[in-house]
Design a protein around this ligand. Structure first.
Ligand SMILES: NC(=O)c1ccc[n+]([C@@H]2O[C@H](COP(=O)([O-])OP(=O)(O)OC[C@H]3O[C@@H](n4cnc5c(N)ncnc54)[C@H](O)[C@@H]3O)[C@@H](O)[C@H]2O)c1
Length: 392
């Protein structure tokens, strides 16, 4: 008998839709599961999205009151997929009502808000998950296994970057992502969280950092009504000021002694969604890039002086891939990673097993972000302090 997991989704934008589709796809993708997802209630302030929630996704009901959805008696688990500043109040309500919570990153918009969410969930004793979806790429899991096996030797250097064009158009709308009171910090919250979580997953903790930030496009057209992530205004439209950073970079030293560099930007042109890493060890190196999500580059010194990088294609020999496509080099994509994380989270709820990454790992990420933010002001190296200590 499968356990029913009754779901509330708070915000039916890009990620709310992606997680809702996961619930619809999981039964056919993962027949060997211990649960059945049930789309119980969706909350959104936009009436057309509420209409889609019930008509297209099959939610039993939709409401404009997220509190009602987050605390409803017929809900077991809450997905927090609204703009960043709503995360903590939503998590506060859901955890107080004893619900398991899966929150999109960055969990609030500032490090202290992530810490607050962690403290709330810990006090309530509820299960948590966070949407570092790229950690669930089958080839990233394989990379982690290779590194852990010692195949790369001692890790000497890590290079992480997330170069995106989503804010590169000067006519791109001034959506919530660019506002301090709605998003919190800019790319250091939005996409550096993906790069740092990836580095910590692959190589381990970060001990100290120094970095810089910059806002490249300082004014943007004001949106009217609900604006999409990629919405565009017209020349001459009224504009408003961008309040957070477009670019952030960081040098770091890992606890294990390796050096690291990170660069994230939403305003460069060229790289369209270059969420990428390179890991260098004494015996080999690995490179992966979201833009070629189904390819892992592997270099081995044991191949001798005439060797070079080889390409490992994704395939059903790697974890989870076979749920989507059999054989080798039949590709999977962005929403497949979301389905994998949602499957793993709900499976952990059904079986009582642990789940990672949860809110504790999110605090590990913002502990690094806080040291980076401190270095923007001090203009010197900053030690990474574990902010979980501040929560207890
Ligand atoms: N993991 C990833 O790859 C990834 C990708 C994109 C976004 N995200 C994260 O997901 C979250 C949402 O981002 P998005 O791109 O889906 O945003 P979005 O703007 O597309 O969607 C947000 C939705 O929330 C709704 N909303 C706003 N205020 C609300 C309220 N008071 N009550 C109920 N609903 C409300 C909006 O109407 C909209 O439908 C953010 O935290 C973002 O950082 C993660």
């Amino acid at each position: 008998m499968k356990k029913q997991i009754r779901i509330a989704v708070l915000g039916l934008g890009w990620m709310g839709q992606a997680h809702s589709r996961s619930a619809l796809r999981i039964p056919s993708l993962f027949p060997d599961r211990d649960f059945d997802p049930v789309l119980t209630v969706c909350a959104d302030t936009d009436a057309s999205r509420r209409e889609r929630a019930t008509a297209d996704f099959g939610f039993a009901r939709a409401t404009d009151d997220w509190r009602e959805a987050a605390t409803a008696d017929d809900v077991d688990a809450v997905w927090v997929t609204a703009p960043n500043m709503l995360h903590v109040p939503m998590i506060e309500a859901a955890t107080a009502a004893g619900k398991a919570v899966f929150s999109e990153k960055p969990i609030g918009g500032k490090p202290e808000q992530t810490v607050q969410a962690y403290a709330l969930a810990k006090a309530a004793g509820v299960a948590t998950g966070v949407g570092y979806n790229y950690l669930w790429s089958p080839l990233v899991i394989h990379a982690r296994e290779l590194i852990a096996s010692g195949a790369l030797g001692e890790i000497t250097h890590y290079r992480g970057r997330f170069l995106s064009m989503y804010g590169s158009d000067e006519l791109g709308l001034l959506t919530w992502r660019f506002m301090m009171d709605e998003a919190g910090y800019g790319v250091s919250s939005d996409i550096l969280s993906h790069s740092v979580s990836m580095a910590q997953y692959l190589v381990g903790g970060i001990a100290e950092v120094v970095g810089m930030r910059h806002t490249t496009i300082t004014e943007r057209p004001l949106p009217s009504g609900t604006a999409s992530h990629y919405g565009r205004g017209n020349p001459g439209d009224p504009t408003g000021a961008v309040e957070n950073e477009d670019f952030a970079s960081m040098l770091c030293r890992f606890n294990g002694g390796a050096t690291g560099t990170f660069e994230v930007s939403r305003t460069v042109v060229g790289p369209e969604s270059q969420n990428a890493f390179e890991v260098y060890g004494t015996k080999g190196s690995l490179a992966w890039n979201l833009e070629q999500i189904n390819e892992l580059k592997y270099y081995r010194t044991e191949e001798g002086p005439n060797s070079g990088y080889t390409t490992i294609f994704g395939g059903d020999r790697f974890p989870f891939h076979g749920a989507f496509a059999p054989g080798k080099a039949n590709s999977i994509g962005f929403e497949d990673l979301v389905a994998i994380e949602d499957f793993a989270f709900m499976q952990s709820l059904a079986t009582g097993g642990g789940f990672s990454p949860g809110f504790a790992e999110a605090v590990d990420v913002v502990s690094v972000q806080q040291a980076l933010i401190d270095s923007w002001t001090s203009r010197t190296w900053e030690t990474v302090r574990d902010l979980k200590a501040a929560a207890s």
